[in-house]
Each structure stands twice: as structure tokens, then as C-alpha cells.
Design a protein around this ligand. Structure first.
Ligand code: DC
Length: 231
């Protein structure tokens, strides 16, 4: 059967990665969380002192880009690939509020985007891939056979992220998570390089009032129709 490329874009905490993982598993495709790559680069910048509360030293930081190696390694116990930064598993470290607070600023740097987009395109060369992010259907894979654009209200998204962070033991206030979601929405959709916009040929799904199962069925239906159109 012909393999396709599935691009899933949308605002933060719309559940893109949850659904992308499920679809990839069902189809036996590779799943790539492109946000994890921007998060890992941000984590590196924080760890190595390029970002402080006062400033982000962009010009020095971009000189470091060749020293950053990102790899996804499949963890069979978890059923998905975890993010490795310079051979260290950073899957947990990249999901903190600190990284979330700075990642949009790092992701707005054109040199960072150029490098990560190149790596993402390489991973999708053979098709058979589900990738989620902000610019997958517009920049990374403009020819993807299926493009989905996910939305949900900021309050619902913040509640989902808040529940996730509490579950893993982080001490956090709901208001701070909501503020972070709104700030990232703004920066991600207003940056000059590859802003978050819906690709013209993307199908929009507002999942504010959908259960995970309803959402899965809806998207799998689109996947099936797309695959059938190539038979
Ligand atoms: O999907 P996420 O929330 O983990 O992504 C973290 C940040 O990375 C997000 O605020 C914007 C940025 N990002 C991006 O600019 N382009 C992508 N393809 C994926 C993520």
C-alpha cells in the first residue's frame, strides 16, 4: 500500500501528539514530535547559559548550533521515541514550564528553524510519517497528502496541560499555565519566520468538545479516505 505523509499542526496543547502517536501506531508509521526538537534546543540554551531571565543571547547561541545533536530513540516500553540531546535522554527535562516559557522565543530564530526543518525533512523522505508541530503542513511538508489543523479554546488547552503537569508532580498554578498557553499562541502565530497558520489545504478540527475516541475516529476516517484516493 502507498505510504503517505500526515502533517498535524495547531496551537499548543491541542492534543496533537496524542493523536499523532495513535495514528502512527495504527498505520505502522514513524511518529515525530517536532516540538520536542525545539524544546531540546531550548533546554540546551538554558543549560548552557545562553538564556537568563534578562536576556537571550541569540548571536552567541546560534554559533553553538553545530554542537547540538538531536536524536529520537524508540522506547519499546513506552511505545514511542524519546528525545535525546547530545546522547542524553531529555524527554522529561524538555517538558518543564521553564522550557515552555522560552521555547517560542528560541523557535522564532530563523537559524534554529533552518537547521531543524532540514532534519525533519530528512526524516520524512521515505513518507510513512506522522509529524506534528506548527509549520509541518506549510513549510516542512507542503506536499503532505493529509494536513490537519487542530484547535481548541485556550482555557481547555491550559486545563489539559495543567492536569498533565500536576500528574507528573510539578507544582504549578492554573493561571500560569493559561498565561503561558496564550503567550505561546501569540508568539507562535506572529513570528516572522514560518508563523503558525493553517495551510490552505488543511482540514481544521476543533476538539474542544470531542473525546479522544471521537477525535481518533474522525481523523482515522480522513486517513482512510486519503489512502483510498491513492488506490
Ligand atoms: O508542540 P510543543 O508545544 O511541544 O512545541 C513547543 C514550541 O515549539 C511551540 O511553542 C512552538 C515551537 N514549535 C515550532 O515553532 N514549530 C514546530 N514545528 C513545532 C514546535
Amino acid at each position: 500500500m502507498q505510504k503517505i505523509t500526515i502533517a498535524i499542526d495547531g496551537y499548543s496543547s491541542t492534543g496533537k501528539s496524542t493523536i499523532a502517536k495513535q495514528i502512527a501506531k495504527e498505520l505502522g508509521y514513524i511518529y515525530v514530535d517536532s516540538g520536542a526538537m525545539y524544546r531540546a534546543v531550548t533546554y540546551y540554551a538554558l543549560q548552557n547559559g545562553f538564556i537568563s531571565k534578562e536576556e537571550f543571547n541569540v548571536s552567541n547561541f546560534i554559533k553553538q548550533l553545530p554542537n547540538i545533536t538531536l536524536k529520537f530513540k524508540f522506547n519499546p516500553e513506552l511505545g514511542f521515541a524519546e528525545m535525546y540531546l547530545n546522547n542524553k535522554n531529555v524527554e522529561h527535562d524538555i517538558r518543564t514550564m521553564e522550557v515552555s516559557s522560552f521555547v517560542s522565543a528560541v523557535a522564532a530564530v530563523p537559524e534554529v528553524r533552518l537547521q531543524l526543518v532540514k532534519q525533519q525533512q530528512k526524516m520524512g523522505k521515505e513518507k510513512g510519517i506522522v509529524m506534528d508541530g506548527r509549520d509541518i503542513g506549510t513549510v516542512v511538508f507542503p506536499d503532505a497528502e493529509l494536513k490537519i489543523f487542530m484547535t481548541a479554546s485556550p482555557e481547555i488547552r491550559a486545563k489539559r496541560r495543567f492536569d498533565e503537569l500536576i500528574k507528573r508532580g510539578d507544582e504549578i498554578e492554573f493561571e500560569d499555565v493559561l498565561k503561558n498557553v496564550q503567550e505561546r499562541d501569540y508568539i507562535d502565530s506572529h513570528r516572522e519566520d514560518s508563523p503558525l497558520i493553517k495551510a490552505e489545504d488543511a482540514i481544521e478540527i476543533d476538539n474542544s468538545n470531542l473525546t479522544l475516541e471521537e477525535q481518533y475516529q474522525k481523523i482515522m476516517h480522513l486517513v482512510t479516505m486519503t489512502l483510498e484516493s491513492f488506490e
